[in-house]
Design a protein. Structure first.
Length: 432
């Protein structure tokens, strides 16, 4: 149990750290990609507004880049340089004055018939005119007007007098930086996750140590108390028989014997459950006929069921073998049938079945009930849980039988659950 608790602690801690790191790294990289995408969109918009040409921001009408007027042209009137710069920054927030110098792009214009009529690769060295023509023709055939293409190109379209101009922007540098950062952030996160795992594994032992010590003391107490109770219970039972021999049986002696039997059974279950919790590897694992074990154990309950006015139906698939502790499996069947006999409706039928599903052995016990919750009833496997305290007192239930059954199944690496689909029948299913 302590090992299971420690594993759950480590799993919860690691899952928490993983989701936090994944959220942080994912958010940062999504924002990073969004910035790359927005910058590319701004560059494409700027090129489109200039008719497929990337120009420097002109602050003086049709002046040259050095601020002088072209030959044979009059000097244009002075414009508001500050206002033009402000307008440019508001319109293209992701661009700077260096944009014309560090942008690589090319264009290809396609007419109505799908033929490339113009190509401009003067602003990029990595693409030839033939490649630019092929890119544009391919996109024109597919009818695409925007998005990403090839290795790091983003494109958009512009309608011109000659036809549809495809503008391709080279984003390879930006994506290279993005992928480098993505790889680095993921690798660092994984390294951090591994380091956290090592620390959690080391520190978890210290964290569960007080719980482990308390649990060990509890198990030791149960084991010692169980052994100590055996002697007085045996003496009480023997003295009761002597009293019956001297004074004959009475309702008082019968009550004493019943309570002694009940207490002895409870003590036995507690000690057995404590041993099951200690280490499932102590089970005597061996191949045996689980069909025979289930059938023989169930058959011994037929007389008990009949004496209580109930019917027991046994349906066991023949020749099924299983590697496990035969004594524990027989005890599992006894516990489930004993529970069904105690809490089933008067005059009802109890069904037990064993079948094979792939590599699993499926053991089911079904019984009717007066009134139960609809849905999962797995809380019944909690120790000392009682769905109906008054009914348990009448039947002699201790609330530990199903807990023992669950411990047996889990010791065999199996699963067990209970459910009611109609509120009138209960089905216990053990997958071994």
């Amino acid at each position: 149990m302590i090992k299971s608790l420690r594993k759950k602690f480590i799993a919860i801690a690691m899952c928490s750290v993983f989701f936090v790191l994944a959220g942080i790294v994912g958010t940062i990289n999504v924002i990073n990609f969004a910035n790359v995408n927005n910058t590319a969109n701004s560059r494409l918009a700027y090129i489109s507004e200039n008719g497929g040409e990337l120009q420097m921001v002109k602050l003086h009408g049709n002046e040259n880049f050095d601020g002088t007027a072209p030959p044979n042209e009059e000097q244009p009137p002075e414009l508001d340089k500050e206002q033009m710069t402000k307008d440019f920054k508001e319109k293209f927030k992701n661009l700077s004055a260096e944009t014309p110098f560090d942008t690589r792009y090319f264009t290809a214009t396609v007419d109505g018939s799908g033929t490339v009529v113009a190509v401009n690769t003067g602003n990029i060295a990595a693409v030839t005119e033939e490649e630019a023509q092929n890119y544009a023709e391919e996109l024109a055939q597919k009818g695409k007007t925007g998005g990403f293409y090839g290795n790091g190109y983003k494109f958009t379209t512009l309608e011109t007098d000659e036809g549809t101009m495809y503008i391709f922007l080279d984003c390879s540098r930006e994506f290279s930086t993005f992928y480098s950062f993505l790889t680095a952030s993921v690798m660092i996160s994984l390294a951090g996750l591994a380091l956290v795992f090592v620390l959690v594994v080391i520190l978890s032992k210290m964290a569960v140590k007080p719980v482990a010590e308390s649990y060990e003391k509890q198990k030791q107490f149960i084991t010692d108390a169980g052994h100590e109770l055996k002697t007085p219970l045996t003496i009480i039972d023997a003295n009761t028989e002597i009293i019956e021999m001297d004074y004959s049986e009475s309702e008082w002696t019968e009550s004493i014997k019943n309570q002694v039997k009940r207490l002895a059974e409870l003590t036995q279950n507690l000690v057995f459950l404590s041993k099951m919790d200690e280490d499932s590897s102590k089970l005597n694992l061996a191949d045996f006929s689980i069909s025979d074990a289930v059938y023989d154990t169930a058959q011994s309950f037929e007389a008990v069921a009949k004496s209580n006015g109930k019917e027991l139906e046994i349906e066991v698939e023949d020749n099924l073998s299983y590697c496990g502790d035969e004594y524990s499996i027989r005890r599992l069947v006894s516990l489930l049938l004993d529970n069904a006999l105690k809490y089933s409706s008067d005059g009802s039928k109890i069904e037990i079945a064993l079948s094979q599903s792939g590599k699993d052995r499926i053991l089911t016990v079904k019984n009717s009930a007066d009134s139960v919750e609809i849905g999962s009833l797995d809380k019944w496997f909690e120790r000392f849980y009682r769905a109906d305290a008054s009914r348990n007192s009448k039947t002699g239930g201790s609330g530990i039988g199903l807990s023992t059954a669950k411990a047996i199944v889990e010791a065999h690496k199996g699963k067990i659950h209970a459910e009611s689909k109609d509120g009138k029948t209960i089905v216990f299913t053990a997958i071994l």
